[in-house]
Every structure is written in structure tokens, then in C-alpha cells.
Design a protein around this ligand. Structure first.
Ligand SMILES: [Zn+2]
Length: 172
């Protein structure tokens, strides 16, 4: 499998992740031994960087849902991996896979982790945030007169978001 580095707006959060901008229980414990080093979500394992972002049993279901929904919306099978999460290394996508929309979906999911740093991430908040991202992208393409390209990239998202059977996922 050939990997390539992603660039653009995802670079900022990736740099924050790589530079360990976000302080985990392990780091805080090293700074102040009075603070526990255990995960503040599950309280059952050491709160390391990988645990907090990826392997905590209370964050794993979120990533599973993100992967499931993003594969459904982008029509293809592309795994969310630690390489992608921590280093923004994106695997080659299948032919006709909507990689641009997939990047928006995964990047938005990544950005939800620090927002809910000590809690579980509500799936509905990710989905509603994606609606906001989609609207902002739409405003941007209206300015740049690139509506055809936008429709091609976001069509399956708005189709997914408008289905009656998925509407309950957006409820808080
Ligand atoms: Zn945990």
C-alpha cells in the first residue's frame, strides 16, 4: 500500500497531535505526581496518548461508528488507522471513492476528540459538525463558483443526512 501525506487544513490539528499539544493523564502525572495517570474516561487503563485518542474502550465505539458511516457515505472501504490519526498519513483510496468528503469526515471526527477530551464524543455532535462543515464548504464554493465540484464531493453526505432513517443519529 502506498501512502501519501495529506496537506491543507488538516495540518494544524495534525501538528498539534504530533507535538503532543494535548496533555494526557500520563503527561500531567509526570508534571504533578498528585494527579492520577489513569484514563479519566474509563479509569481502567493508563491514560497515554494512544489510549486517550485511539484505544480507550469509551472512544473505540466512536471511531467504529465514524468508520462505518464514512464508508457508507463515501461508498467504499477505507480504514481509519493510527497512522492516519496520529500522522495524517492517508492510504490510497479505492477507485471512485470520495476521498475529499472522507477526509472532511475523518478530520472533523479527529477535531471532536479534544473538544470532548475527558468524555465520550457524542456521535450526533460529529454529524452536526459535519453539517456545519458542509455548509461552510458550500459558501466557499459559491464564492469561487465551483458548485459542480462541491455537489460531486458532498452529494452523498447531504443524501445521507436527509434520510428519515438517519435523522435520529443527529439528535443530541
Ligand atoms: Zn480510557
Amino acid at each position: 500500500m502506498v501512502y501519501k501525506n495529506a496537506c491543507g487544513p488538516s495540518r494544524c490539528i495534525t501538528m498539534q497531535i504530533v507535538s503532543r499539544w494535548y496533555k494526557t493523564p500520563v503527561v500531567l502525572h509526570a508534571m504533578n505526581p498528585l494527579l492520577p495517570s489513569s484514563c479519566w474516561r474509563c479509569n481502567s487503563d493508563t491514560g497515554s496518548y494512544v489510549h486517550i485518542w485511539w484505544t480507550c474502550p469509551l472512544i473505540v465505539p466512536f471511531w467504529n461508528e465514524v468508520e462505518k458511516i464514512s464508508q457508507k457515505v463515501c461508498v467504499g472501504s477505507l480504514k481509519i488507522t493510527p497512522l492516519l490519526l496520529f500522522l495524517n498519513i492517508i492510504p490510497d483510496s479505492p477507485t471512485k471513492f470520495n476521498i475529499t468528503l472522507w477526509k472532511h469526515m475523518v478530520l472533523t471526527a479527529k477535531s471532536m476528540i479534544p473538544l470532548y477530551w475527558k468524555q465520550m464524543v457524542p456521535l450526533s455532535h460529529w454529524l452536526n459538525k459535519l453539517n456545519q462543515v458542509g455548509r461552510l464548504e458550500m459558501m466557499s464554493v459559491l464564492i469561487h463558483r465551483a458548485m459542480i465540484k462541491y455537489n460531486k464531493q458532498w452529494e452523498t453526505w447531504w443524501s445521507f443526512a436527509s434520510k428519515p432513517e438517519t435523522s435520529q443519529l443527529f439528535m443530541v
